[in-house]
Write a protein that binds this ligand. Structure first.
Ligand code: BGC
Length: 738
């Protein structure tokens, strides 16, 4: 398995209105039927076998001995040099499948898949989730879809919606947080945006790929009701909202069976209960069988060294797989191509890209997604703060991004931080986009004396901070696909640096560029903390605008920040071995092991509620530069549930509140059931009503195989900026289905 995967990796090293109209007008079912009926069995099988869209020979450089024979080939003719490629069936008008990663832009892993090919780099999906703004997520998807289309890709391997159960998971930056409604709404909207540009999007990784440690072998264990109410609910909401053309099944096992041959997951839930009409593709190297996988619901095998689908024609001849099943799998692909508009509006390389407009989208996400965690008053920077010292985090040069298959080489250039990395890890070193916060700050504050210190010597940095009105420390922590964080803290001595600077000057603000929550032992010593995530291509200007107050922060945490790992359901990451880590999981030798999800559906904030434990920062927390007052809180039950209140901006500046509605069904922990983003001028008031999403009022009854909204008393909470949740009322609901 590992060999197979290593090879692959080294080698690749709400429908918009227009989209909906097109899907209807194009009559995908009838057109797909006509096309697939016109195909031979060989042609149908051809659609189900994805090749790697890139070959290492094309690099024209000597390859290390670790590269398997099968990888020493050229990029397949016709492939554009990205994750996957399936040749066209020109005879019947089926275009080639050109697949690119992922959710953060058109990726170019290591920068060598397509030499010099840059793209607009979006902030981490966690930042997108922190906006609590599905319309903005759709705009981000629209931008991404437009760019993919203009580069010739018609399948974008986007839509990462695994719940962030493990705050050390190296891939959380590709996901949309720990709450099913928030994650599903954000990712579904992004998928709709991508597909509105006639590029198929996936949602992935289906399901429960919640840690990278042992991702190819581990067995995620959970009971059915808990699974349906948590990770599957996030997928279900994303699929309902985004109508993705494809679903990518995950590497791991679920309750003993690999996700890509898991009949419960693919056959029963996805294609049965949810009546999903698109196709299921395996993650790269995630398929483990032929007939059992096809029977379970896998339609297309992604690249791997020893493809099982290579034997498909023989299996049909022997009667192990029916010709009808092959036809149906091919139909699903063609149907999605018609439904999304891929065939009517073919993607071609060399299309126009409005780089400025796309950069503006990336900046908007960064601005709305940053979360002000703490502020004792140092932010926004006062006009009288004339001497400002900026320290660390390469803030003079750029901003960090997350690593792995989603890696975008941003427009404007980049550099790599090769500290502590060798071999393949050095080739895949953390990428900093050239968007300097220091330069942006200088541009916004020409009146101030702004100096930079690289932070390599805490004593020197502290001495400098002492002479300044304000010190701003930038701290970064790279995260990457395939490996979980070695520790929940900041690396490279940055904790010591922040503690020293904070001790020298209480007017210290910290800007965090991380793809996960981190521990903050220095928190009492600093005045402010801004969570900037990986802020994308326009991260520099966006951070500067928030620091100076040109824009007020409005992001809210999509993940709980624990105060210690002991608070988590799994204080240690199952299977974790600090000596056995490498990018993308390359070369890590791991025997199968179980990941018991004992928290069930009580992920993140629900777990903290259950344990009556206090996190460092709560889900939904986020401050701004003004204050909001809530009055006349009331809730209504009956057949549905809603809460109403008057919201007033009681501060001195315009600001945006993300008011959150939480509901606790009888005997259950509370759930985010809706929210409202409201922007108010100083002194302005508005009456706000938030209606609970009915999918969050119901619970799954595994015995009955059905969702039920139980009759009884529901606690209704309104969550405010500081992460507190006030019980507003207890309301009764009538018994009902979902
Ligand atoms: C990742 C997927 C990605 C695929 C293709 C895999 O390693 O898990 O998210 O889409 O590679 O690059």
């Amino acid at each position: 398995m590992l060999k197979r995967f290593v090879g692959i990796l080294l080698m690749t090293s709400t429908l918009t209105t227009a989209g909906a109209a097109l899907a209807q007008a194009s009559d995908p079912d009838a057109r797909a039927k006509a096309m697939v009926d016109a195909m031979t069995l060989d042609e149908q099988i051809g659609l189900l076998r994805t090749q790697a869209g890139f070959g290492l020979l094309s690099l024209g450089v000597p390859l290390p001995p670790s590269v398997p024979e099968s990888m020493r080939k050229a990029t397949p003719p016709g492939a554009l040099g990205s994750a996957g490629y399936v040749p066209a069936v020109e005879r019947v008008g089926m275009p080639a499948q050109q697949m690119s990663d992922a959710s953060l832009g058109v990726a170019n892993l290591g920068g060598f898949l397509r030499r010099g090919d840059e793209a607009t780099s979006l902030p981490a999906t966690l930042a997108l989730a922190a906006t609590f703004d599905p319309d903005l997520a759709q705009a981000a998807g629209d931008m991404l879809g437009a760019e993919a289309h203009a580069k010739g890709f018609n399948i974008q391997l986007a839509g990462g919606v695994n719940l962030t159960r493990e705050p050390r998971n190296g891939r959380n930056f590709e996901y949309a947080g720990e709450d099913p409604l928030l994650a599903g709404s954000i990712v579904g909207a992004q998928v709709a945006g991508i597909q509105g540009r006639h590029v198929v999007s996936t949602v992935k990784h289906f399901a429960l790929n919640a840690q990278e440690t042992g991702r190819f072998v581990h067995d995620a264990q959970i009971d059915e009701a808990a699974l349906r109410e948590s990770d599957l609910l996030a997928f279900e909401i994303a699929i309902q909202r985004g109508q993705p053309g494809s679903v990518m099944c995950a590497y791991n096992r679920i309750n003993g069976t690999y996700a890509c041959e898991n009949n419960f997951l693919l056959g029963k839930v996805l294609k049965g209960d949810w009546k999903y009409l698109g196709w299921v593709m395996s993650d790269w190297g995630a398929s483990h069988s032929l007939a059992p996988s096809l029977k379970a619901g896998l339609d297309q095998e992604s690249p791997q060294d020893d493809p099982y689908f290579g034997d498909l024609k023989d299996a049909v001849a022997k009667g192990e797989v029916s010709a009808e099943r092959v036809r149906e799998a091919a139909f699903r692909i063609v149907r999605s191509f018609y439904a999304v508009g891929v065939i009517d509006d073919p993607a071609k390389p060399g299309g126009p890209i409005d780089k400025n407009a796309h950069a503006a989208v990336a900046e908007k996400v960064a601005l709305q997604g940053m979360v002000l965690l703490k502020n004792d008053g140092v932010l926004p920077l006062a006009a009288k703060a004339k001497k400002i010292v900026v320290i660390g985090g390469f803030a003079d040069k750029g901003i960090l991004s997350g690593g792995g298959s989603s890696q975008v080489m941003p427009y404007g250039g980049h550099f790599m931080d090769r500290r502590g990395r060798e071999g393949i890890a050095a080739i895949l070193s953390p990428v900093y986009g050239l968007s300097s916060p220091v330069e942006a700050l200088k541009a916004l504050r020409p009146d101030a004396d702004i100096t930079f210190d690289d932070g390599s010597d805490p004593a020197r940095a502290a001495a400098l901070a002492k002479t300044a009105d304000v010190a701003i420390v930038f701290a970064t922590r790279p995260e990457e696909e395939g490996v979980d964080a070695i520790s929940p803290s900041l690396p490279f001595g940055q904790d010591e640096l922040i503690a020293a600077v904070g001790a020298a000057n209480p007017q210290t603000a910290v800007v965090l560029e991380t793809g996960n929550p981190i521990l903050m032992p220095w928190l009492p010593k600093v005045s402010a903390v801004l969570q900037a995530w990986y802020p994308g291509q326009r991260g520099g200007p966006a951070i500067a605008k928030i620091l100076t107050g040109e824009v007020s922060p409005s992001g809210r945490l999509p993940m709980t920040f624990p105060a210690s790992m002991a608070q988590l359901p799994r204080p240690e990451i199952p299977g974790f071995d600090p000596k056995n880590r490498s990018p993308l999981g390359l070369g890590a030798k791991v025997a199968p092991f179980a990941v018991p999800f004992t928290e069930g559906a009580d992920v993140g904030y629900r777990w903290f509620e259950k344990k009556a434990d206090k996190p460092l920062f709560a889900f939904g927390h986020g401050l701004t530069y003004t204050r909001f007052g809530y009055a006349k809180l009331a809730a209504k039950g009956g057949e549905g549930l809603s809460a109403t209140f008057t919201l007033t901006n009681t501060g001195q500046r315009e600001g945006t509140e993300v008011a959150q509605l939480y509901v606790a069904p009888p005997g259950r922990t509370h759930r985010l059931a809706g929210w409202a983003r409201v922007t108010l001028k100083p002194g302005e008031s508005r009456q706000v009503t938030i209606t609970a999403d009915p999918r969050l009022l119901a619970s799954y009854d595994a015995k009955a195989g059905a969702w039920r909204c139980a009759a009884g008393s529901y606690d209704v909470y309104v969550g405010k900026a500081a992460g507190s949740r006030d019980l507003v009322a207890k309301v009764s609901l009538t018994e009902g289905a979902r």
